[in-house]
Design a protein around this ligand. Structure first.
Ligand SMILES: C[S@@+](CC[C@H](N)C(=O)[O-])C[C@H]1O[C@@H](n2cnc3c(N)ncnc32)[C@H](O)[C@@H]1O
Length: 281
């Protein structure tokens, strides 16, 4: 194999050492573990940044890239995967609706990888339905490391097609239909938006500035990008934040190894604090 990955076909010189450098930076600072099969993806996403910043090759771009800088933010945004949808894994919202009335108020929910906002707004809709009010006693903190997706989430504007899947009733009750240039789009009602606070939080940050106790933590479909140690460290930091009756919701392919942490598995990737860790018998 040639020293430069795919040399000859590429616009920019991209060597295995560049990929390794990107892999190391992401793993160390964001927690994301990239496997070699992601080489093409990384090339195509970071190439855009080289075009914008005017660097002639990856080595020079990476040499200039400083962690925490404005370009660093764009670099991270380019490399995250943000796939999400309204009421993804719907059983979680059904369970939350059952739990909500009995949780201590005001109910605070942390949505830790909120991407473009479909997940926290699904939580807000669930709360509005559970309390039959557009101002339920529920506060949702929605965070992500990616500032682009947070911008989309704050705007709360979605393609009608994406929102339609949640059913006509919800659409009519919780969204406004766009007119004119906004035809074909919907906007989340301002009452629901008021329930959600968006904030940039990197799950690897040593201090999240999150106030306990939390009634629920949604940490779905983000730990799959982390290695085992990072997952374990993250999960252990959720323990003191959860209310004794609170719940942790993980993504469909994520779990907590039995006995590794004080959580009881309630099934369907829903976890409660183990009784010894604070829950009443
Ligand atoms: C695949 S999306 C999942 C979105 C949503 N939770 C869901 O299940 O539909 C993963 C999200 O995790 C975010 N993410 C990745 N690493 C992160 C980190 N270290 N801290 C916070 N968010 C992170 C990404 O920016 C992305 O928006």
């Amino acid at each position: 194999m040639n020293d430069a990955v795919g040399a000859g076909e590429r616009e920019f010189d991209f060597r295995p050492a560049d990929f390794e450098r990107i892999r190391g930076l992401l793993h160390q600072n964001i927690g994301i573990s990239l496997s070699a099969v992601k080489t093409e993806l990384v090339y195509s996403r970071v190439s855009r940044r080289l075009r914008v910043t005017g660097h002639a090759n990856f080595a020079s771009y990476l040499e200039a890239l400083a962690v925490g800088s404005a370009e660093w933010e764009q670099f991270v945004n380019a490399l995250t995967t943000n796939l999400t949808s309204f009421f993804r894994e719907p059983h979680h919202f059904v369970r939350l609706a059952q739990l909500l009335p009995s949780l201590p108020r005001p109910v605070t929910i942390w949505c830790t990888a909120s991407s473009t906002g479909e997940e926290p707004y699904s939580l807000a809709i669930t709360a509005a339905e559970a309390f039959d009010s557009l101002s339920p006693p529920v506060r949702i903190l929605a965070s992500d490391v990616d500032t682009n997706v947070l911008g989309t989430a704050r705007a709360g504007v979605y393609e009608l097609e994406a929102a339609q899947a949640m059913g006509r009733q919800r659409l009519e009750r919780f969204f406004l239909r766009g007119k004119g240039r906004q035809q074909g789009r919907v906007r989340v009602r301002s009452e629901l938006q008021r329930l959600v606070e968006f904030r940039q939080i990197n799950l690897l940050d040593p201090d999240w500035q999150i106030k306990a106790p939390l009634a629920a933590i949604f940490c779905r479909n983000v730990m799959i990008y982390f290695d085992r140690d990072t997952q374990h460290r993250l999960l252990s930091r959720f323990v003191p934040l959860l209310h004794p009756e609170g719940r942790l919701f993980l993504g469909h392919s994520e779990t907590i190894r039995a006995g590794s942490l004080p959580f009881d598995n309630e099934g369907q990737t829903i976890f409660a604090l183990a009784r010894a860790a604070g829950r009443a018998a």
